[in-house]
Design a protein around this ligand. Structure first.
Ligand code: NDP
Length: 307
């Protein structure tokens, strides 16, 4: 019987229960002493040294889609595969958050709310989705699904990724050279990239300057994709009319950060797509049982490319 160590900072009891139910032929433990001979570890951001103590470790399952913290910390011993979280629950959550924010801006809901409170009846000029240019950065499990849904609604949708994609109704642009064209004149820019050395600080002043005037930036990737100063300057200059931010360089965002009280910034506290243990455990169990039956492990991170 192989052992699974659950090394999480919260919700441990729920994960233990669900994993034990989904994988009754495995021993699932959370106690550090009992975990010493675990073959598999289920982790978020493990404390230093915790993974190195697992002498028989074969696979690390991340409860997060973004694995930059695991890669940057160097806590996962070399050669041990890291499986990132690919789960329908995560994708559904992200789709809801991005559609909610995109449609709210597309239909001027915040502006009408302000006008309502001022007693002002003044249409802003509504445009059809087909006449709204939206770009999604990242076309993976999350970005691909978001782009497909936006296109289905009718938005004029482009995606940018490392490799070309075929998504119905979506223009796919791939590779570094295509980035300026992917962003040019976008009215809504949605970031769903993973954080890697190649994508860190990608959303800087020259890039934001390519957007249409009064564009909306929607960031649910990672805070370090965005140069904060460039976002604030773009809001001041009117290049951006709003920045909708779910993720930040430092979380919780320090109280002194100008984003907190800036009228053009709309924040949510990293809740766009939380991992739900119920769907996430099902994804881990399916992958693990397939692997133990001889199939290839799925969703393995490639350390060299950083995601
Ligand atoms: P995937 O790995 O499935 O997709 C990543 C996408 O980014 C792929 O399309 C990939 O291209 C593209 N990409 C990566 N590097 C580059 C690059 N250098 N240039 C161009 N394109 C690049 O990840 P997910 O969709 O599952 O998740 C994306 C990110 O969303 C996570 O890493 C995490 O940071 C964030 N996230 C945020 C959450 C929140 O609550 N705010 C919750 C969950 C995730 P290609 O397809 O060619 O490989």
């Amino acid at each position: 019987m192989k052992k699974i160590a659950v090394l999480l900072r919260s919700n441990t009891e729920e994960w233990l229960h669900l994993l034990r139910t989904a994988l009754p032929q495995h021993i699932v433990v959370a106690d550090a002493a009992e975990a010493a001979d675990a073959a598999y570890a289920v982790v978020g951001k493990p404390a230093p040294g915790v993974l190195a103590a697992l002498q028989e470790l074969q696979i690390v399952f991340s409860v997060n889609a973004g694995v930059e913290a695991l890669l940057e910390s160097g806590e996962v011993p070399a050669g041990i595969p890291i499986v990132r979280m690919v789960d329908d629950g995560l994708a559904e959550g992200m789709l809801e958050w991005v559609l909610a924010t995109t449609l709210a801006w597309h239909r001027n809901l915040f502006a009408y709310r302000d006008r309502q409170l001022q007693g002002v009846w003044a249409p802003l000029g509504e445009v059809l989705a087909r006449d709204r240019r939206v770009t999604v950065l990242g076309a993976g499990h999350l970005g691909g699904r978001v782009a497909a849904a936006l296109a289905q609604i009718g938005f004029n949708t482009r995606v940018w990724s490392r490799t070309p994609k075929q998504i119905p109704g979506v223009v796919s642009l791939a590779g570094d050279a295509a980035l300026p064209g992917a962003i040019q004149d976008a009215e809504i820019l949605i970031n769903l990239l993973p954080l890697t050395p190649a994508t860190e600080n990608l959303l800087d002043a020259p890039l934001l300057a390519r957007l249409a005037p009064n564009a909306v930036l929607i960031n649910a990737g990672r805070g370090r994709h965005v140069v904060d100063r460039a976002v604030l300057d773009s809001l001041e200059s009117g290049r951006l009319r709003a920045a909708v931010l779910d993720v930040f360089r430092e979380e919780p965002l320090p109280q002194t950060h100008p984003f907190w009280r800036h009228p053009g910034v709309y924040m949510t506290p990293h809740v766009a797509a939380p991992t739900h243990a119920s769907t996430a455990v099902a994804a881990i169990a399916e992958n693990l049982l397939g692997f133990e039956s001889g199939a290839s492990l799925r969703h393995v991170v490639e350390p060299a490319r950083g995601y």
